[in-house]
Ligand binder design. Structure first.
Ligand code: FAD
Ligand code: NA7
Length: 455
């Protein structure tokens, strides 16, 4: 049984969220606070979560569902100044100012720089899949069962006083069915399995969905020479001023051969269907009473401060990064810092009734939001509230940058990634990339970073 006087913490996942927890735990230790035992189980063979790119799709080398949803051509879909860590800026990492929309490899390098500097790899057990987590009412702790994927062996169960769920929620595709889809004479894939835009050169595409993946895959595929792209929407169109070759239509109603029928009575022939229909919250490893069940939203119900599970577990199970995300790395980081502070009793939890009331207040505010600018305001308030709780010395509010990003996208979805932003932490003026995004095909760190600033 875990010694409850001394927390023993299990972190599930070594993606940005789990790593932020390890980072803040190590900060406490560096500051001379008690050293708590933390074990982080990661089913992949390296850290980084989605940022640890894989070419694989379907099942991984161990026969487990492949976690990766990122594609090779991915470039940041928001300015890096919106996700920059105040205590480890991009300038700290690269030693110079770099443009605002880096490719995937540059962002991953930045993340790894912070983790390596803090030396937080030690607690991670790689190739270890968390299979079951249950809460023990009688002993007020958790039993965790883990499989060593390399040895194909379930290890003896372990007991922990706290659980940090940081397994991500953009890995299990939501795959709807459409009339006639089974007879479609072409390729069908979900964005989870999309890896390389070049593959679709010359192909006519139907993209289902009207959110980030739909927008980005439409643009990526056109950039790489695809044929015409039709994006179709269920609730509302994305509404950008699309470049030639991309259009939006209402949702499809049926498919016959290669012909797609849409709600507005139009038809089109396509070669490929890409389902950009989002992801499921899927935590099969958590027992029912510990399992967050939600759709993608800014404030998943049942989490105090968007983090602490109000169901079973006696306030000792926390989820990080489960929100819909405008803020990413800095939001995960402040949630992780808050979780550390709760475990170390630096932040005192109010009684249950007050926690419920706090959740209700946020849910009410969430229900009143009308557009993306409101969403950004809401998440800014969420991040700043946590920052206040932990006494964070930095101002994490980058709402003005997010608002400008949205304006840029609506002004021109082709050129928004060519804009330059100023870091709120270093105040160094932003610089433009040497090549417009639409013409930039070399996404290596070297090419992106080692360029002459255009000042
Ligand atoms: P993940 O990155 O998913 O990491 C979770 C980790 O948990 C993984 O390593 C996984 O292997 C591990 N894990 C899961 N279950 C288990 C288990 N049972 N046992 C052991 N280990 C387990 N964000 C941005 O800021 N900028 C972007 O440009 C951007 N682009 C994106 C593009 C795509 C296609 C997607 C899907 C997301 C994008 N994101 C982007 C958002 C992304 O969600 C976050 O940046 C970040 O990766 C979330 O971190 P996480 O730790 O919550 O989850
Ligand atoms: P999202 O943001 O969850 O969007 C999913 C989209 O799929 C959204 O437009 C949905 O329409 C649409 N959808 C879902 N189910 C259906 C069905 N049955 N029929 C038609 N359309 C459907 O997922 P993304 O992959 O775009 O983004 C996830 C993350 O990846 C994001 O945070 C980025 O960082 C990258 P709705 O609007 O609900 O009608």
């Amino acid at each position: 049984m875990a010694d409850l006087r001394k927390p023993r913490i299990c972190v599930i996942g070594a993606g940005p969220c789990g790593m932020s927890f390890l980072y803040h735990n190590s900060k406490y230790q560096q500051a001379g606070e008690t050293c708590l035992e933390v074990v982080c189980y990661e089913k992949q063979s390296d850290w980084g979560g989605l940022w640890n790119y894989t070419w694989r799709t379907g099942l991984d080398q161990y026969g487990e569902p492949c976690h990766g949803s990122m594609y090779r051509d991915l470039w940041s879909n928001g300015p890096k100044e919106c996700l920059e860590f105040p205590d480890y800026t991009f300038e700290d990492h690269f030693g110079k100012v770099i443009p605002s929309y880096p490719p995937r490899s540059v962002l991953f390098d930045y993340l790894q720089g912070r983790w390596s500097k803090a030396n937080v790899r030690d607690p991670i057990r790689f190739n270890k899949l968390v299979k079951h987590v249950t809460y023990n009412n009688d002993t007020d702790d958790f039993t965790v069962t883990v499989k060593d994927l390399g040895c194909d062996k379930v290890l003896p169960s372990e007991r922990f006083s706290h659980i940090i769920v940081a397994g991500g929620h953009f890995s299990v595709p939501n795959v709807p069915d459409f009339d006639g889809i089974g007879t479609f004479n072409g390729r069908i894939l979900h964005s989870h399995d999309f890896r390389k835009a070049e593959e679709f050169k010359g192909q006519r595409l139907l993209i289902v969905g009207s959110s980030y993946s739909a927008e980005d895959l439409a643009m990526q595929c056109r950039k790489s020479g695809s044929g015409d792209v039709i994006c179709c929407w269920r609730t509302k169109p994305m509404g950008f001023k699309w470049p030639k070759g991309i259009e939006e239509r209402p949702l499809l109603t049926k498919i016959d051969g290669k012909t797609i029928y849409f709600k507005d009575g139009t038809t089109a022939d396509v070669d490929v269907i890409i389902l950009c229909t989002g992801y499921l919250y899927h935590f099969p490893y958590l027992s029912e009473s510990l399992r967050l069940k939600t759709s993608l939203r800014l404030y998943p119900a049942g989490l105090y401060k968007g983090t602490l599970w109000m169901g079973d577990g006696n306030s000792k199970l926390m989820y990080i990064g489960m929100q819909d995300q405008y803020y990413t790395f800095t939001m995960f980081d402040i949630q992780a810092e808050w979780a550390c502070a709760v475990i170390r009793r630096k932040v005192k939890l109010p009684n249950r009734q007050e926690m419920e009331l706090d959740i209700k207040k946020w849910l009410k505010e969430e229900s009143l939001l009308k557009n993306c600018y409101d969403h950004i305001d809401f998440q800014t308030a969420f991040v700043c509230d946590l920052a206040k709780e932990v006494g964070c010395k930095y101002n994490l509010d980058v709402k003005a940058l997010f608002d400008r990003w949205e304006d840029d996208k609506y002004a021109d979805v082709v050129t928004y990634r060519d804009q330059a932003f100023t870091s709120v932490f270093t105040k160094s003026p932003g610089i433009k990339h040497h090549t417009p995004w639409m013409e930039a095909f070399d996404d290596s760190i070297d090419t992106f970073v080692n360029q002459t600033p255009n000042k």
